[in-house]
Ligand binder design. Structure first.
Ligand SMILES: Cc1cc2nc3c(=O)[nH]c(=O)nc-3n(C[C@H](O)[C@H](O)[C@H](O)COP(=O)(O)O)c2cc1C
Length: 349
């Protein structure tokens, strides 16, 4: 048991620890959410919903692959190496909205016994419908709404099924509409498929988002040498530990643009408690872990909390002390020491 203080704050929301179980297929069934809570996550973001039938169909068309460092598919289980590359298509929860809402609200009531929060999650399709859903989510007693406007898949999906919002003006309009409809905290999850992630975050905060989750996964295509076709037939959402530096970069740039008072949540590439620490040092107040939990099992969440605690004990820091420390000590290239002909040490002899 860690002696350090693991608590963190995301605006007005207190979490007992910064490890959030991020939305994916293992959080569709109530049982999965309960297992994530039992494992010790500070919060659990359930599998997302919206009104689109095409988005539901997309779940039934989904396929998942984990690849080794030779781009060879390997079994989807905890034996995958740390370097495993994850590639998939996904869709939205198969449940009708009313059933999803009842289940999610019930789970959030249960979560109070774990001193945790179950977060509702809506992926934007039609804005008016999203606003109505947000109101129903608040009325059902849920304490936090995550609004995902940055899925990787909009360009690949049926029109309007999901959104990849790339313009700050659009982000502002969407967040304003949802914000005006509810008083509960709204966490806005934005795309990483942009060179304007800090601008998108700025727009979300300008429209009174309580936190911004950054950043959504990228798209990729992996040719199969035997079939000469793309693996799993098409463009895929791609992720894995390799993505952690890009997540940290977006967090650091956003913190430097918007200042330390804006609550950022990291997603994309966390695999362990030490990764959670890394992403917090880059500016996150909490970190979502999604695909690695789907791959390796719910215990990973508890292990991440313990590993983070042990790290904090060793450093004699609290979780809150980590937030943005590396980001704030980031220097420019011009501030770096001159190292005469250092480059010669890095070319072939
Ligand atoms: C199979 C799969 C399904 C996902 N489904 C959702 C979803 O329904 N809603 C959502 O906001 N994010 C969804 N995500 C995105 C994850 O929550 C997360 O942001 C992303 O996978 C990057 O984090 P990770 O490296 O921890 O997986 C999904 C990701 C995967 C791999």
């Amino acid at each position: 048991m860690s002696k350090s203080n693991l608590e963190t704050r995301i605006g007005s929301v207190r979490l007992k620890n910064p490890v959030i179980a991020g939305s994916a297929e293992h959080l569709i069934d109530a049982d999965g959410v309960r297992r994530a809570l039992k494992a010790g996550a500070g919060a659990v973001v359930v599998k997302s919903t919206n009104e689109s039938q095409a988005a539901r169909d997309q779940l039934q068309q989904a396929e998942y692959a984990v690849l080794d460092d030779q781009w060879q598919p390997i079994p989807w289980n905890a034996s995958a190496p740390r370097t495993a590359f994850i590639a998939c298509r996904s869709g939205l929860t198969p449940q009708p909205f009313e059933a999803w809402l009842e289940q999610t609200a019930g789970l959030d009531r249960e979560a109070r016994a774990n001193d945790a929060i179950v977060v509702a999650s809506v992926i934007l399709s039609d804005l008016d419908r999203a606003v109505v859903m947000a109101k129903q989510i608040e009325q059902a007693g849920l304490r936090v709404l995550e609004l995902n406007i940055g899925t990787p898949y909009a360009s690949q999906s049926a029109k309007g099924a999901v959104s990849t919002e790339l313009l700050p003006e659009r982000v502002a309009a969407i967040v304003n509409a949802v914000r005006a409809a509810v008083t509960i905290p709204v966490w806005v999850k934005i795309t990483g498929q942009s060179e304007r992630v800090p601008d998108l975050a700025d727009a979300a905060f300008g429209a009174r988002a309580d936190a911004v989750v950054m950043a959504g996964r990228l798209l990729g295509l992996i040719p199969d040498l035997e079939t000469c076709e793309p693996i799993l037939g098409t463009t895929l959402g791609v992720g894995g530990t390799w993505h952690l530096p890009m997540t940290c970069q977006w967090l650091a740039l956003t913190r430097s643009k918007l200042g330390p008072d804006k609550a950022l949540i990291g997603t994309n590439g966390a695999q362990s408690g030490l990764d959670v620490a890394r992403i917090m040092l880059a500016g996150a107040s909490a970190v979502e872990m999604s695909s690695q939990v789907m791959l390796r099992g719910f215990d990973l969440l508890g292990q991440a909390v313990s590993e983070l605690g042990a790290y904090l004990d060793r450093k004699q820091m609290s979780a809150a002390d980590l937030i943005g420390k590396a980001a704030d000590s980031r220097k420019t290239f011009a501030q770096m020491t001159m190292r005469q002909d250092n480059w010669r040490n890095y070319i072939p002899h």
